[in-house]
Design a protein around this ligand. Structure first.
Ligand code: PLP
Length: 380
């Protein structure tokens, strides 16, 4: 067996069109040639983020874009409210602490969406909260938080800073329409690119705040970047090859149509959930699942990590592990980015074999059939 299957929520597989674009001859970044490409990419990003404002491109992973949103919008000692329902919620908390903010830790049970009333309550108790930080898709628990409802609460109040790393390009989050103030993503998930680009889009009121925010920053200076990027340049050397790839990936999304991209993610997610359920397994986030990846509890007593090793070593399939409290108890199957119906079929067929290998009674085809029923709906 030589073919590898990358079915984890980042990095994700790269389409040939993108890989070939990234192999193009290197060019200098301060040239009309690069500016033309970069300006084209900026238009595509605005469409993808559903914003009239600038989407700033950074050479960093997604966490760098998260940090940029924090340091460019806030000042030392300011109070922020962090929705903490998983590893990435914890990251907002860690970034806030690292920069001397005063974060309120709103703990949410892993696998549950945040209750909007809990946010409202905290904001009533702490009238000086300057920003609410949340994930749209909490990848570690495969949960979707209700950004539209949260945005109604923060309207006219604290800034709403959203980690959209497995949300942008997965599910529609019209940031201008809903009132998201900072929307962040990275390249290696739904953007179908290698790791290495971070993206930050800000609302009008966030840009106004950025002009006054006093947290220290140097490399991630969004105002400086905006001035440069509006001219098709960037403050420092951009990740030129990744920008070539980005142009190709945006073109692929435009060709498919964003609505179809979102519908595809919903369909693959729904097929994966149907299959897991048909196999008698429980979902990590049954109430509000993310369309980017599906977290599944392994049967009690079955070592999920050993099973993941088996998938990777014997079948060359990489799924993702459960982290922290989920360690050894859950697996996550991704269906984000460059993925189609038969990635799900492959994943579920492998899952059935893994379950049997580790002692569960499995009738081969039971999960696959449930997935096929969902996938078939679009073909008739
Ligand atoms: C992947 C991911 C990130 C970014 O992680 P990096 O490793 O820094 O790219 C942030 N938030 C979420 C929800 C993610 O899935």
């Amino acid at each position: 067996m030589i073919k590898q299957y990358l079915l984890a929520p980042g990095p994700t597989p790269i389409p040939n069109e993108v890989a070939l674009a990234m192999a193009e001859t290197m060019i200098h970044h301060r040239t009309p040639q690069f500016a033309k490409i970069f300006l084209e990419v900026r238009d595509g990003l605005r469409e993808l983020f559903a914003t009239k404002n600038d989407v700033i491109v950074l050479a960093s992973s997604g966490t760098g874009a998260m940090e940029a949103a924090v340091t460019n919008l806030l000042s030392p000692g300011e109070k922020v409210l962090v929705v903490n329902g998983g590893k990435f919620g914890e990251r907002w908390l860690e970034i806030s602490k690292a920069f001397g903010l005063d974060p309120i830790d709103l703990k949410v049970e892993w696998g549950k969406p945040v209750a909007v009333e809990a946010i409202e309550q905290k904001l009533k108790e702490h009238r000086d909260v300057q920003a609410v930080m949340v994930q749209a898709s909490e990848t570690s628990t495969t949960t979707w938080h209700p950004i539209d409802k949260i945005a109604r609460v923060t309207k006219g109040g604290p800034l709403l800073i959203v980690d959209g790393v497995t949300a942008v390009g997965v599910k529609k989050v019209p940031m201008d329409e809903w009132g998201v103030d900072a929307f962040v993503t990275g390249s290696q998930k739904a953007m179908m690119l290698p790791p290495g680009l971070g993206f930050v889009a800000l609302s009008d009121r966030a840009w106004a705040r950025a002009a006054q925010a006093k947290l220290p920053k140097f490399y991630f200076n969004l105002n400086l970047e905006r001035k440069n990027q509006q001219k098709g340049a960037s403050a420092f050397t951009p990740a030129v090859s990744l920008v070539f790839g980005l142009r190709a990936s945006l073109e692929l999304m435009r060709k498919e149509g964003l609505d179809r991209v979102y519908a595809r993610h919903e369909r693959l997610a729904s097929a994966t959930r149907a299959a897991a359920t048909a196999l008698g397994m429980k979902l990590l986030a049954p109430e509000s699942p993310s369309p980017a990846a599906t977290g599944i509890w392994t049967p009690p007593g079955m070592d999920a990590d050993a099973m993941l090793d088996f998938f990777r070593e014997k079948m060359l399939i990489t799924f993702a592990e459960g982290q922290d409290q989920l360690r050894g108890k859950a697996i996550r199957i991704a269906h984000v980015g460059y993925m189609g119906a038969f990635d799900v079929v492959t994943a579920i067929a492998a899952l059935e074999m893994g379950l049997r290998k580790f002692g569960a009674e499995v009738k081969f085809g039971q999960g696959v059939a449930a997935a096929q029923e969902v996938l078939m709906e679009t073909l008739v």
